[in-house]
Design a protein around this ligand. Sequence first.
Ligand code: PEP
Length: 253
Amino acid sequence: MRKQIAAANWKMNCTYRQAEILLSDVLKEKISLEPHHQVIFAVPFPYLIMTNSEVAEEPNYFASAQNCYNKKSGAYTGEVSAEMLESIGVQYCIIGHSERREYFNESNQMLAEKVDLCLEKNITPIFCCGESLSIREAGTQNSFVETQLNESLFHLSAEAMSNIILAYEPIWAIGTGKTATAAQAQEMHAHLRSVIGKKYGNEVAAGVSILYGGSVKANNAAELFASEDVDGGLVGGASLVAEDFISIIKALQ
Ligand code: PEP
């Protein structure tokens, strides 16, 4: 059964103390989860060790990095490698968030390198794709995301592809309060799954969790997650409010 995932992307928010409180507020709710449910906290680098130790006793909860660098090691001041993440027990890493693509000029090629380095260290990439508003208005979103997958993921073997989590995040819906409708999300997720199916076969495609991201809130999560090809969400703003993120976790199917 495909994993259904609620992933929190805290971005550059929270002091250390606020992070501890937010985590503990979510964990102390003791939400009853099925074995195929996962909750992932993508926290700032300085909070990864603390987050990992907080979730250590919780089988469905995991810590994730929000990024890593596309080089193994060396003179890259300020950067963090996949190997460093592995060395502190991190098992997930967001790759290719639209904010990284836009503000840090991350190209599809660079993201392919990051994906490879993560997989080499047994870190599951949460790979983000998604179109801008102008692309959506031009109606070319399907081919746009297909190119993102093609250039960053489709060099992988079928086995490696099975270890990817995809997040479809239409840029026009991120942090804007403007959510894709459940129908728009389902349509794109089905497209992504069929593109994966064409390249790797239906069995691989059926096993890849595809998360929706873009203004997922406590009041729309259940409707979005009910769609057949939507396997949970990557959640920014609402993951910073314990009560809201708890409701989103409870909406997992
Ligand atoms: C995100 O950052 O991945 C995101 C989807 O943000 P928000 O939920 O705030 O739109």
